[in-house]
Design a binder for this molecule. Structure first.
Ligand SMILES: [Zn+2]
Length: 274
C-alpha cells in the first residue's frame, strides 16, 4: 500500500526530533535538504517532483540529516545563554546587571544604577520575561514618545498614534495615515540610534519609499544615519531579545539562568546535499 504524505512527515520528524518544512520555489532544479537557521529540516522540491517523492528522498537520507542536526545543535554560535541572573542586559547602549531581589510583595522589574532589578519571590522564567518586557515597554513608551514629539517639531511633520510592539523583523514603521509603531526592543540601542529610527519613520511622512530623496531627508536631521543604520544591522539579533527564554536553576542557591534556544547569529547556515 502507498504510504501517506502525513505518515512520511511524521516518520521523519520523529526520527530526527526536529520539525520538517517543505519549500517549493520557482527555478529549483534539484531536490535539496538542509538544516535551516531555525533548526528545521528544510526540504526544497522542484516543480517536477511530487511531495511524496521528495519525502522519500529525505527518508533515504535520515542518517545524513541526523549528523547535520547534531552539528547544528553543538555549533558554537548556537551555544546559549544570553540572559542570566547576575548577567547583563542591554539597555540604551549600555550593559545593565540583571539582579534578582527576593521579594514577597508585588512582583516588578526596575532599572536602578546600572542594574535591572527583579523583585519577585522566585526565579520563574515566564514571570521574569513578563516583568522585563513590561519594564522595557514602559521605558520605550516614555522615551520614544517624547523623541517623536521632539523630532516631529523639528521636522515639521504631523503624525497619528504611536504604538509599541515586538515585531520580528522591524524596528519601526509608519502607515500612510501617519500612525507610527516602534519595537520596544529598540531600547537596547544608544539614544542616538533610537533617534535615527524616529527620524527615519518621520521622514516616511514625506517619502514613503527608501529613495535618494528619502535618505537626504534623513541625513538633514541625522548626519550620522549611516553609522546608526549599521549599528542596528550589527545588533540585529537584539530583535530576538527575550524570545523563547527558559529558566534553568543552577546548583548554587539563589542563582538561576535564563537560556535562549535561539542561535546568536541570524546568518543562514547552509549545508546542502543534492
Ligand atoms: Zn523605512
Amino acid at each position: 500500500m502507498k504510504r501517506s504524505k502525513r505518515a512520511d512527515i511524521h516518520q521523519i520528524e520523529t526520527a530526527l526530533q526536529a520539525p520538517l518544512c517543505l519549500v517549493r520555489r520557482r527555478g529549483l532544479k534539484r531536490l535539496g535538504l538542509l538544516i535551516n537557521r531555525r533548526g528545521q529540516v528544510q526540504l526544497t522540491v522542484p516543480w517536477q517532483h511530487s511531495d511524496e517523492f521528495a519525502l522519500q528522498f529525505a527518508i533515504e537520507n535520515l542518517d545524513w540529516l541526523r549528523q547535520q542536526l547534531e552539528k547544528f545543535r553543538t555549533r558554537p554560535s548556537h551555544r546559549l545563554p544570553i540572559l542570566k541572573v547576575d548577567g547583563q542586559v542591554p539597555f540604551l547602549g549600555q550593559e545593565f546587571r540583571l539582579r534578582w531581589i527576593p521579594f514577597q510583595g508585588r512582583a516588578r522589574a526596575e532599572f536602578a544604577e546600572r542594574e535591572l532589578q527583579i523583585f519577585c519571590s522566585e526565579p520563574d522564567a515566564e514571570l521574569w520575561k513578563k516583568l522585563i518586557r513590561r519594564q522595557y515597554e514602559a521605558q520605550a513608551r516614555w522615551l520614544i514618545t517624547e523623541r517623536v514629539a521632539h523630532w516631529a517639531g523639528r521636522m515639521q511633520e504631523t503624525y497619528g498614534r504611536v504604538s509599541f510592539r515586538a515585531q520580528r523583523t522591524r524596528w519601526g514603521s509608519c502607515t500612510l495615515s501617519g500612525n507610527l509603531s516602534f519595537n520596544w526592543k529598540l531600547m537596547f540601542a544608544p539614544p542616538e540610534v533610537i533617534d535615527y529610527v524616529v527620524i527615519h519613520e518621520l521622514a516616511h511622512r514625506a517619502h514613503l519609499d527608501h529613495s535618494a530623496k528619502f535618505w537626504s531627508r534623513v541625513a538633514e536631521f541625522d548626519p550620522n544615519y549611516d553609522e546608526h543604520r549599521k549599528y542596528l544591522q550589527k545588533h540585529q539579533e537584539c530583535v530576538r531579545f527575550l524570545d523563547g527564554f527558559e529558566l534553568h536553576a543552577s546548583e548554587e542557591p539563589g542563582t538561576a539562568q535564563l537560556k535562549s534556544p535561539w542561535p546568536e547569529s541570524m546568518s543562514e547556515e547552509v549545508d546542502e546535499l543534492c
